[in-house]
Structures are given as C-alpha cells and as structure tokens.
Design a protein around this ligand. Structure first.
Ligand SMILES: [Ca+2]
Length: 185
C-alpha cells in the first residue's frame, strides 16, 4: 500500500520530541539478533555487514550486501523496545521495502516469521526505488516491538540497516506531542 505522507513526518517529530526530553535517539539494530528468512531469499555477502557501522558515509570500502531478487531480514530483540523507524542505506541497486514491527513474533524452525501469538504493532513501506541514499521507514509515534522484519520485493544493495529508538534513560516516552507543547508553553 502507498505510504501516507504522515509517516514521513513521524520520525522528525519523534526525534524532536526525544531531543527535547533529553532522550537521544539511538540505533538499536546492533542489539538485535539479525537473521535472514529461508526460502526464496538468496543474498550475497554477510549479515554482519548490515550492522557493522560501515557505509559510504563512514568508510569508502564498506562492503555491500546484495539481494539479487527479493528477501526478508529479521531483527530479534531480547525485550520490547520503542522503535521510531528503520533506516536503510541503499547502494547502486534500489528496491521497494517494507518494515513490519511485532510484539511476540519469532523466527520459526521453518525459517519464516511465526506470528500466531504475535501482534503487528506497525508497518511502513517505501516504493520510491532511490539508489545511493538512506531510505527511512518511519513508524507511528509510540510503536513498540521486539521483532522487526524488513523485506524487499525487487532486489537491492544494502550497506547498513539502522533501527532508530528513542530508548533513552528518561523514561518519558509516553508523553504526547500535545502534552509536551502544553508543558513548554
Ligand atoms: Ca555496513
């Protein structure tokens, strides 16, 4: 489904909110166990390259992970975390992308995401197929997840995956924008 424009505005708002409250947005992708689903999911490269912090902005020799056709990656956390967005650093080959946030999902023994006892807490999509840029798949404010699945239907070259969280130390994440404005006025 096309991504509503409102989702594009959600991350800057979340980041502004977090900055104002003193909880710096952080990349929690390195905290996750990263896996690829099995079946119709061939890739070239190493999963570890997706979260090694190396991409053209940080390293001219950053290795690139290639999906020739399609594929799905999963990121499993040991606890439920607030998640604001998934950011993908795309190389020369661009695809279309989805990011699904769950509570309670897991990667089953068949190599597929098991959602029988899970809740889909948010989903986000990008169909613009832009190469050599960061693509941001923003979740609505307040999204919580312990399992995120990222997929492409058109193949892609990926340098890095970041999962943005405002999981700071203030514990004020539940404040709404309206409440914050009132507090500041
Ligand atoms: Ca990388």
């Amino acid at each position: 489904m096309p991504k509503p424009k409102s989702l594009r505005r959600a991350l800057p708002l979340a980041l502004a909110l977090a900055a104002t409250l003193g909880a710096a947005p952080v990349n929690i992708a390195p905290d996750a166990v990263t896996s690829a689903t099995q079946g119709y999911n061939s890739y070239v490269g190493e999963l570890s390259w997706l979260t090694d912090g190396l991409y053209p902005g940080t390293s001219p020799s950053a290795p690139v992970f290639l999906w020739p056709t399609k594929g799905n990656l999963v990121f499993q956390f040991d606890r439920v975390r607030p998640v604001a967005a998934v950011r993908l650093c795309i190389g020369d080959d661009a695809g279309t992308y989805m990011a699904l946030a769950y509570r309670g999902a897991h990667l089953g023994s068949s190599g597929q995401t098991e959602t029988a006892n899970a809740e889909l807490t948010a989903d986000a999509y990008d169909f613009e197929m832009q190469a050599n840029t960061w693509v941001e798949l923003a979740f609505p404010e307040g999204t919580q997840a312990d399992y995120i699945e990222v997929g492409t239907q058109a193949g892609a070259a990926l340098y890095e995956v970041q999962i943005v969280s405002d999981d700071g130390s203030t514990g004020v994440g539940a404040a709404s924008w309206a409440q914050l404005k009132t507090r500041r006025d």
